[in-house]
Design a protein around this ligand. Structure first.
Ligand code: FES
Length: 319
C-alpha cells in the first residue's frame, strides 16, 4: 500500500515551477519580511525544470554540456546547506524533522499546496517555540527539497553543523542592516562620483563583502576583491562573483538581491532580453527584481546579494 509520503511525492510531482510560484505568491503575506526576497531567490536557484531535465536525462553529461551547466546545480547534493541565506536556516534541523513527520502523518488531499505548507509551518513553529512567520519560508524550501531530493535523502537527519553561531542577529536587525548605507563622512553629501559603499555576498559570514564605488557594476567591484575564491569554486576567477563576458552575453554572473533595489539601476532592455534567453527563474525585469546579472547591476549604495551555486543557459529548456 502506498504511504502518505509517497502519495505526497506523487501530488508534488504534479506541480511545476509556475504552480510553485503561484503558491509562494499566496503564501507571501504569511512569511516574515526578512525572508520574503530570500525565499524567492532560493526558488529561482533551484527550479524544477532544471531538476527534471537533469534527472530525466538519458545522458546527464550530455545535458550538462547542452545547458552549459557549471557549479553545483543538484539540490540533492546540498540539502542542508542550500538555504544558508534564509533567516529560517537556523531552524532547519527542526523544520526538516517536522516536515518529514508531516509527510508521513498528514493525509495528502486536494487542498492547495500552500495550505499544506502553512499547516506544516504552524506545527514546526509550535515544536520549535517560535513564530510561524519565521519558519514558513524554510518550510516551503523543505517541501521543494523533498520533491527534488526524494524521501530517502530528505529523511536523513540534518548534517551536524552549527546552524546559528555565525548569525545571531534578529530579523529586524538584519532588515535594518540591509537598508543601511556606509557613511560618506562629514562632507559626503558634496561628493557623488567617489562615494564608496559595501556589497555583502554572504550575510552569515563576517568578512564576506567587498567595496564598490558609486555607479560601479557589481562584477567590476567584485574583481577588486583579490582573496582566493577559486579554490572553493572554480567558476570564481576574479573575486567572489563568477564572471566571463561582462557584457550580459553569457549569464555566468547572475545573483540574487536581498537588499533594497532602489539603490540599484533598474534592468536595461538588453538585460531583460538576455535573461529571458538564459531562462533564469525569478527575474522579473522590473526594478525590484530579486534576480539580476551582476555585470549589468550598477549600485548607488550598499547592497546585499546571494551568489548562486551554479550557472547555465537553461532557457534552452523552454525552446
Ligand atoms: S559576465 Fe557574462 S552575463 Fe555577466
Amino acid at each position: 500500500m502506498a504511504t502518505n509520503e509517497s502519495l505526497f511525492k506523487t501530488c508534488l510531482d504534479r506541480q511545476d515551477d509556475a504552480a510553485w510560484a503561484a503558491a509562494l505568491d499566496r503564501l507571501m503575506p504569511a512569511i516574515h519580511p526578512v525572508d520574503q526576497r530570500a525565499v524567492r531567490i532560493w526558488f529561482s536557484f533551484f527550479p524544477l525544470k532544471l531538476h527534471r531535465a537533469v534527472v530525466g536525462a538519458d545522458d546527464p553529461a550530455r545535458t550538462e554540456i547542452d545547458l552549459a551547466l557549471r557549479g553545483r546545480y543538484r539540490l540533492a547534493d546540498q540539502v542542508d546547506s542550500s538555504h544558508r541565506f534564509l533567516y529560517g536556516h537556523r531552524f532547519w534541523p527542526g523544520v526538516k524533522l517536522e516536515v518529514n513527520k508531516y509527510l508521513r502523518d498528514a493525509a495528502p488531499d486536494d487542498r492547495p499546496l500552500e495550505d499544506h505548507l502553512r499547516e506544516a509551518a504552524r506545527r514546526a513553529a509550535e515544536t520549535l517555540k517560535t513564530e510561524t512567520e519565521l519558519v514558513t519560508a524554510i518550510t516551503a524550501v523543505a517541501f521543494m527539497t523533498f520533491q527534488q531530493a526524494g524521501a530517502e535523502i530528505f529523511s536523513r537527519p540534518a548534517e551536524a553543523r552549527d546552524y546559528t553561531a555565525k548569525w545571531r542577529k534578529s530579523p529586524s536587525q538584519i532588515i535594518a542592516e540591509r537598508a543601511r548605507d556606509d557613511s560618506q563622512g562629514l562632507f559626503g553629501f558634496l561628493r557623488s562620483v567617489d562615494q564608496v559603499y559595501t556589497v555583502t555576498f554572504r550575510e552569515y559570514e563576517s568578512d564576506a563583502s567587498f567595496r564598490i564605488v558609486n555607479a560601479q557594476d557589481l562584477c567590476t567591484a567584485a574583481a577588486n576583491d583579490k582573496r582566493d575564491y577559486r579554490s572553493q569554486d572554480e567558476r570564481c576567477i576574479e573575486g567572489p562573483i563568477p564572471v566571463e563576458c561582462r557584457t550580459s552575453a553569457c549569464g555566468t554572473c547572475w545573483v540574487g538581491i536581498l537588499s533594497e533595489t532602489s539603490k540599484l539601476d533598474p534592468p536595461t532592455t538588453r538585460e531583460v532580453r538576455k535573461m529571458k534567453e538564459f531562462g533564469y527563474a525569478g527575474f522579473t525585469g522590473t526594478p525590484d527584481s530579486p534576480i539580476r546579472l551582476a555585470c549589468q547591476t550598477f549600485a548607488h549604495g550598499n547592497a546585499s546579494i546571494v551568489i548562486p551555486p551554479w550557472n547555465g543557459r537553461i532557457g534552452r529548456l523552454d525552446e
